[in-house]
Structure formats: C-alpha cells, structure tokens
Design a protein around this ligand. Structure first.
Ligand SMILES: [Cu+2]
Length: 174
C-alpha cells in the first residue's frame, strides 16, 4: 500500500514537471519574447502591410540623419534586389525572411546577418567608401541558393537625399 502511494506520488510529480516544462517552452518563453518588444513578425503576411510592406522596403533617412534599410529574404532573392545607402553613415539593417533561413552578407566586409522567418534581425554597419557591393546569401537555402544575391550601391552623402524612394530601392539591372 505504502509503495503504491509513493509510485503514485512520483507519477504525479513527473506529470507536473512535464506540464510545467511544456508550458514554459510553449507559452511563457514566447510570451516573454513578445513582451520584450519581441522582434516577431508573421512571415506569411509580410507583404500585406506593416513594417515590411513594399513601400517601406529599401533605405530611408530617419529624422536623426541615420539610415534604416529594410529587406526581405526569400527563395531565391532579396527584396529589393538593389539598395542604395550613403557612405560613412550608420545604416540600421532590419531584415526578415518569408520562408527559409538565409544569411545576407556584404562581399569583402565582415557584415553577415541571419534572416529568419517569423523574426526581425537587426544589424548596424557603415561603409567607408563609395562603390558597389555584392550581397550574396551565405546560408544554403535550396536549389537556387548559389544565384541568390542582391546589390548595394554606396553613394556620396550629398547624393543620397536627392534620390527618391523609387531610386533608393532600385538601382538598375546590375
Ligand atoms: Cu538564401
């Protein structure tokens, strides 16, 4: 009789632990991330509105003079496919993925940013000379991975404010 009730107590304790552990990972942790300001986003509705709506993509000058650059990674390209930023200005890159995990890199620099579906990744970089850079994907993401790349054009600071939103998001067939 004694042994059975000990077994029963252990069984109840194990069950309680399982429920608690599941709850922590499935409910508490995601809720906590969300309350942290959680860079979470629904990858299925990216294009329908909000921060990553098409009209918000590309680079824009913020009121404090810095640049925010928003991009979406998807199999097998980056949107926009060509972006423009001014030289020697801090660029705040915000990127998310519509599908798989991708890594946006700026060739010949050490900039590499992971783009994960459901999450917004933040990164800051500043380029010290004008010119053009390749932005290849460095995370194998499927059959089209090796052709997945965008382009970055770094222009003199004086030239950037005169570019309209359309020009900042598209810089010709490169
Ligand atoms: Cu990729």
């Amino acid at each position: 009789m004694q042994a059975r009730s000990i077994q029963f107590a252990i069984g109840i304790a194990l069950l309680a632990c399982t429920i608690l552990a599941t709850r922590v990972y499935e409910v508490d942790a995601p809720l906590w991330r969300l309350l942290q300001g959680g860079n979470l986003i629904d990858s299925a509705t990216l294009h329908l509105g909000g921060e990553f709506a098409e009209s918000n993509l590309g680079s824009q000058r913020d009121p404090d003079g810095s640049i925010t650059l928003r991009m979406i990674a998807q199999q097998y390209d980056f949107v926009p496919s060509c972006v423009v930023v001014p030289v020697q200005v801090s660029v705040h890159l915000r990127i998310t993925s519509a599908d798989a995990v991708h890594v946006l890199t700026i060739a010949n620099t050490n900039v590499a940013v992971k783009a994960v579906p459901g999450k917004i990744s933040d990164s800051f970089f500043e380029l010290d000379h004008t010119g053009e850079f390749d932005l290849p994907c460095r995370e194998f993401c499927g059959a089209g991975h090796y052709a997945m790349r965008a382009h970055l054009v770094v222009v003199p600071q004086s030239q950037f404010p005169s570019l309209g939103p359309a020009e900042r998001a598209v810089c010709g067939a490169k």
